[in-house]
Design a protein around this ligand. Structure first.
Ligand code: PLP
Ligand code: COI
Length: 365
């Protein structure tokens, strides 16, 4: 069965001037500027996915009774397109994002967008907005696909109409400090997700629910929240928009450990890729539970040598310092470790197209 759809294209008659594009690309920040176009695809019960369009970037018109505004059926993805040294553009593992969007859709009782249509939507957008992909190696075009329930009505049930939208935003470093180690807060009051909940889905409500804890972390002088399991408040899950990695020992003996997928944390594509790259580099790798006691005790004894967070937006960000309700501690003296830097270099050079792509992760667009 083919899942392809024809896209109706309407060009933006007032695109940003070349000077404006250059100005934005000189200092893109994160998520503040958007390209000239967007993609939309509609879904209803009768027609399934239909009416695929590339249009000038515009506001959405929604009925005030649209289901998403009341009961929150909203899921999203985040991936990046990179400019390669030869000027071509490629994105990193887009099929993995397509698959995760479908998994999120299943959890939120929403229709699944076929993978082919997901990738086609990216190609269609880049065909008209390629000039927005930065050529600076540390920058990329962040792609934000999302799906919302648009049916009018206040009954609590899965909506019968949905809208898929793809927008794109030139992106520099997610953290203003670049690759500087961050300080994290172990959240003891709030939890992000419980067993059986929506934690493994990229569901908008997970992020809304995290904001008060993020504000609490900022009050404690921390950059980010680390979420713990909802039942024992003891097992490390992930950060606000990133998965966590722990490095034990060093040199040839280094072992890279990440919390196992508990069902309450997001299965990150960067996480999955780094497990592979760590093995390629000859490090031991393990997915298992890690407690806050183990983190503090082994950071103190020196057995735990590095901790870092990873995700599409944040890439790889070292964690230097940890605060919790009863105290604080540092990991490896608060400096960025060797394994963190090696993995970062390996991942970003594959993404930027400056080294061979042994796993075929980059998809030319
Ligand atoms: N955890 C959460 C809660 C996230 O929002 C993200 C970002 O997408 C990640 C982890 C990392 O996932 P990925 O590596 O697929 O970007
Ligand atoms: C991403 O890394 O793509 C995310 O969605 C994280 C988000 C919190 C910016």
């Amino acid at each position: 069965m083919t899942t392809a759809l024809p896209f109706t294209r309407t060009s933006n008659q007032q695109p940003a001037t070349p000077e404006r594009v250059a100005e934005v690309l000189a200092k893109p920040g994160f998520g503040q500027h958007f390209t000239d176009h967007m993609v939309t695809i509609r879904w209803n019960r009768e027609q399934g996915w239909h009416d695929a369009r590339v249009e000038p970037y515009h506001s959405l018109e929604l009925d005030p009774a649209a289901n998403v505004l009341h009961y929150g059926q909203a899921i999203f993805e985040g991936l990046k397109a990179y400019r390669r040294p030869d000027g071509s553009i490629a994105s990193f593992r887009p099929l993995a994002n397509a698959e995760r969007l479908r998994a999120s859709a299943r959890r939120l009782a929403m229709p699944e967008l076929p993978d082919e249509l997901f990738v086609d939507s990216i190609r269609e957008l880049l065909a008209v907005d390629a000039r927005w992909v930065p050529s600076n190696a540390e920058e990329s075009l962040y792609l934000r696909p999302f799906v919302i329930a648009t049916e009018k009505g206040l009954g609590v049930r899965p909506a019968a109409e949905y809208l898929y939208v793809l927008i794109a935003s030139p992106a520099g470093p997610y953290f203003a400090g670049g690759v500087k180690p961050v300080t994290v807060w172990l959240s003891n009051e709030y939890v992000r997700a419980a067993p059986g909940g929506t934690g493994a889905a990229k569901f908008a409500g997970n992020y809304a629910a995290s904001l008060v804890a993020q504000a609490q972390a900022a009050d404690k002088g921390c950059d980010q929240v680390v979420w713990l399991d909802a039942v024992e408040r003891r097992w490390v899950e992930e950060m606000g928009g990133m998965n966590l990695f722990f490095v034990f020992s060093s040199g040839a003996d280094a072992k890279v450990v990440t919390p196992e997928l508990s069902g309450a944390l997001l299965p990150g594509i960067t996480r999955r890729s780094l497990l592979q790259l760590a093995a390629d580099l000859g490090y031991g790798v393990e997915e298992r539970r890690i407690s806050t006691e183990e983190w503090e005790k082994k950071a103190g004894s020196g057995e735990l040598t590095e901790v870092f967070a990873c995700g599409t937006a944040a890439v790889i960000t070292p964690v230097g310092h940890v605060k919790h309700a009863d105290g604080e501690f540092s990991v490896s003296g608060g400096v960025t470790g060797e394994v963190t830097l090696k993995l970062r270099e390996k991942l970003t050079s594959i993404q930027q197209g400056t080294v061979e792509d042994p796993h075929g992760w980059m998809v030319p667009l």
